[in-house]
Design a protein around this ligand. Sequence first.
Ligand code: SF4
Length: 235
Amino acid sequence: MGITTWKRRDAGAENTAQGMATEQDAEVREPAASPGRNSLAPDSDRLARWQEIRQEVENCTACSLHTTRTNTVFADGTPEADWMFIGEAPGGDEDRQGVPFVGRAGQLLNAMIFALGMKREEVCIANVLKCRPPGNRDPHGEEVRHCEPFLLRQVDVVEPRVIVVLGRFAAHSLLRTEEPIGKLRGKVFRYGENNIPLVVSYHPAYLLRNPADKKKAWDDLNLALSVVSGNSGSA
Ligand code: SF4
């Protein structure tokens, strides 16, 4: 099938991300010097605020999704991240495990993160909704309204250098727009009280179905990388 993999130049070795290969052999750049917070001792205040939100989510009954969930899906990675990836809502695997972006889509996201020169543990991964909509239906506006305050607080705690929004639904929810994803890509938006730079890209599940668009997704990640390195011209 001519499958090649996303690679990261610094690793000098192909990344198969637990056996998940992409069809895009993209040029991979070393991430811009980003001392970030990962190398620092954990910020105890940040962790305490993070745990407080996690607890509230676990006990949340604000919308009807609490009646059908198996687990709440709060976040994965670290709240001390420079990069935050935000998707739509948990699917079946996520609901069972209580972890966002697992399964094949999660493996592809891991490969994308690795291609950027990072590990999953070094970024923060979350969803707009913390509970699975039954049958993986689209989230309802009322559910987003109830749940987004948790995400805003998460972003406030993490204070990432960039947010990468994965997929049409998450982009529409966070940016309050109905614009097609093709018109949202390639721009730097702002999100939350601290005006965190936000870049829109495709959901990994979409990329699994449409591998030809992996090149565009890589372009999106490079835009986010330029934001982190201060070279985007608009951040
Ligand atoms: S989806 Fe969000 S608002 Fe609804 S019950 Fe779950 S945590 Fe609460």
